[in-house]
Every structure is written in C-alpha cells, then in structure tokens.
Ligand binder design. Structure first.
Ligand code: MN
Length: 283
C-alpha cells in the first residue's frame, strides 16, 4: 500500500498515478483534549486502520496525482534520526574535498554514530525547499528513509524490520560548513520526505534498492542501498539501543557520492526503486 497526505491534510491511497481519498480513516483516531504525544498518532493507528483504508479506497473516485499537492507522508514524527557518512564513496568524495568537509565530518558512522534533524524541518515534495542561507553552500543528499511503525527499544537486527511502517524517499538537505550537523541540516524545509509512504510488503528487501537524484535533469547521485556501510536492520538496532523508537520516527539512512550544491530556481528529481519518484522545486 502507498499512502500519502495531500492538499489540506487529506489522506490518500496511491495506485498507478491516481489517488483515492481515504480521509475518513483519520476520523477513527480517537479525538482528545491536549495531551503530550509520544508518537505520530496516524502511524501508530495504521495497523488498525488498514482494513478501513482499503475499503474506502475501493469506493473512492480517482484523482490524478499531478492535480494534488503532496505533503510529507508522516505528519508528526517526534524524531528525525540520520546516518552520517554511511556510504564509502561519499566518504571518499568528502575526504577529497577538504575545503568543503572538515576532517571530523569525513569520519564514518561506525566512529561517530547517529545525529538528529529537527522535526520542524520536515516538508513534503510539493512544499519545496527554501534555501535558508543564501551566502552559504547548500547541498542535496538523497537517502532511503525508513519510517518506524511500532515502539521498540534494544531490538536485534533480526527483529528490526518487524517495526517498520514503510519507506519513502528522504532528502537530507545540508548547509556545508564547520557547524554541528544538527544545526546545518535542520533549517526549515531541509528534511524532505515523499512522495508517499510505501509499506514493506511492496518494497521487500530495503538492502537492494537503486536510488537516483537529478538536478535540472542532470544526474548527480546514482547508487544502490546494498552499499550502505550499516544497513537498515542494523541502523534500527543501533538507533533503538540509544533511544526508544516510536511510531512515526524517521531514519534517514545516509547518502551516497555525488552530493552537490542547489540554488533557488533549481529542480530536484529524486527516485528510489519500488518506492517512486518526486520533483522538488528550490526557492
Ligand atoms: Mn545525510
């Protein structure tokens, strides 16, 4: 199943370029007075909503996907976890460019662990990326994004994929420079997630997916997730050994070689095999 949020927070099922409105499923999430949330309530409720969503989708009139504005397929993640330097070819390009990357920034994930991006940076593909520091270099990074489906802590790699709600394309947009990653990668709109959430049954092995990113029609990044230094099950196990993972938490799994600058007016096209493709405008 492919699920998207679109327009004014409508929920849709995506099938062959068409959207079927299943927003009535959201009415089944219990309403309540203000309470601090531990998780994204929609992702947490998804297993219990699945049957209703499939039934509503079969009754809905199709809407062409190009006629809607796609939002992030997870509305309220509490954590955006990200993997630094998780492809060797990206480490090599960073090491070869000391003017852009400090020595510390070229260290591999095995040495430096994970980092967090601010959830407030999250956008869907229709919202676009707004360059926040025009006097600084801002780069694209395409990454397989993993959305956690159920609470877990200290899971083994063998159990890890049981806790996945689905996958999406992530763009870990980054200001280059000496500051902390958490600041350089958390500007508004610097965490793109889209075009929709694809459930694990449609993706299969997350460790053999082609990914590609183009800027203005020119290929910049082309890789396969088999080259991840720490693969998806091991990343979930690692993250869950440091923090409890909650439904809706997103793990950006790291970017391969080919990162490069983007500027206002550019258009990014990003695709991942078995997930889909999306276009993002830069302003
Ligand atoms: Mn990254």
């Amino acid at each position: 199943m492919r699920l998207c949020f679109y327009n004014d927070d409508r929920l849709g099922v995506v099938r062959e370029g068409q959207i079927f409105d299943v927003s009535s499923a959201l009415d089944r999430i219990p309403a309540r007075r203000y309470v601090a949330l531990r998780a994204d309530e929609f992702i947490a409720a998804l297993p219990s909503l699945r049957e209703h969503i499939l039934r509503e989708a079969s009754l809905a009139q199709p809407i062409p996907i190009d006629e809607v504005s796609l939002l992030a397929p997870v509305a309220n993640p509490r954590k955006l976890i990200a993997a630094p330097v998780n492809y060797l070819d990206h480490q090599a390009e960073a090491q070869a460019d000391p003017a852009t990357f400090t020595a510390a920034q070229t260290k591999r994930i095995n040495e430096i662990g994970l980092f967090l991006k601010a959830p407030s940076a999250l956008v869907g593909c229709a919202e676009g990326i707004t360059v926040g520091k025009v006097d600084r270099r801002t780069d694209h990074e395409i990454e397989l994004a993993v959305v956690i489906g159920s609470q877990c802590r200290n899971v083994t790699a063998g159990e890890a994929l049981d806790h996945v709600a689905g996958y999406a394309i992530g763009l870990d947009i980054t200001v280059r420079g000496p500051e902390e990653r958490s600041m350089r990668k958390s500007l508004d709109s610097y965490a793109v997630l889209g075009p929709y959430l694809v459930t694990p049954d449609e993706v299969g092995d997350p460790g053999s997916l082609d990914l590609q990113l183009e800027v203005n029609g020119q290929i910049r990044q082309k890789a396969n997730t088999r080259d991840l230094v720490i693969n998806v099950p091991d990343l979930i196990a690692l993250a869950s050994s440091w923090y409890t993972l909650e439904p809706g938490d997103v793990i950006y799994t790291g970017t391969p070689a080919g990162v490069g600058p983007i500027e206002p007016g550019d258009i990014i096209t990003a695709s991942i095999e078995k997930i889909g493709a999306m276009e993002i405008h830069i302003s």
